[in-house]
Design a protein around this ligand. Structure first.
Ligand SMILES: Cc1cc2nc3c(=O)[nH]c(=O)nc-3n(C[C@H](O)[C@H](O)[C@H](O)COP(=O)(O)OP(=O)(O)OC[C@H]3O[C@@H](n4cnc5c(N)ncnc54)[C@H](O)[C@@H]3O)c2cc1C
Length: 167
């Protein structure tokens, strides 16, 4: 696990402003996320999760914490109660997951197309557009477009493990 120091955060964020992270780590798998939590806890350092940086304004003073850039990838699906449960790792680009669902003819996420960022952020701060929101779950047997199956998105542990207050 390679924790770097004084890493500029501006290039990691859409607005392109702000100071450095005191400590910085890119996590490509769950053991690294867990290791980061242990590392931070052992040193009394706060941990902050970073996704695509599309909803962040970093202060010029930077972040006095361990900033963990979440890079976990992978999508799995399974049939569940007549719908499809889609599980995407927290580092998957959100729009690619929406495109994946649409390409399979699964209704439920299509209005959330084009929203920047990664899958890990929406469970923490929700995303919404055109009346659809990530937090809205389609109950089994509810109405849906003909010939489609509802997709019910969930995110993997990297979101749940991170600090709930984020950056
Ligand atoms: C041009 C543009 C258009 C947009 N359109 C919309 C829109 O239509 N609807 C909408 O809802 N939003 C929209 N947004 C806002 C933004 O895209 C969303 O809020 C997106 O979900 C942020 O994801 P991110 O990965 O970039 O998160 P970041 O900006 O990296 O982080 C946002 C927050 O989530 C936390 N976080 C991120 N990843 C994790 C994780 N894995 N675990 C725990 N916490 C985490 C961070 O700590 C931070 O507090 C738009 C933004 C831009 C720039």
């Amino acid at each position: 696990m390679q924790v770097r120091e004084h890493v500029a955060l501006a290039p990691c964020c859409t607005l392109g402003v702000g100071g450095p992270a005191r400590f910085f780590l890119e996590a490509l798998d769950e053991p690294t996320v867990v290791g980061a939590l242990d590392w931070a806890k052992a040193r009394g350092v706060p941990l902050r999760a970073l996704g695509g940086g599309s909803n962040l304004v970093v202060a010029d003073a930077g972040i006095d914490a361990l900033v963990v850039k979440i890079g976990l990838r992978g999508i799995t699906t399974r049939e569940a109660d007549g719908a499809v449960e889609l599980t995407a790792a927290a580092g998957e680009p959100w729009d690619a997951v929406v495109a994946f669902a649409v390409a399979h003819g699964w209704a439920g996420l299509e209005c959330l197309s084009g929203i920047p960022g990664l899958v890990g952020a929406p469970p923490i701060q929700n995303v919404g557009a055109y009346g659809q929101a990530r937090s809205t779950r389609r109950p089994a047997g509810s109405s849906r477009s003909p010939g489609t199956t509802a997709a019910s998105p969930t995110a993997t542990a990297a979101s749940r493990a991170s600090s709930p207050d984020g950056i």
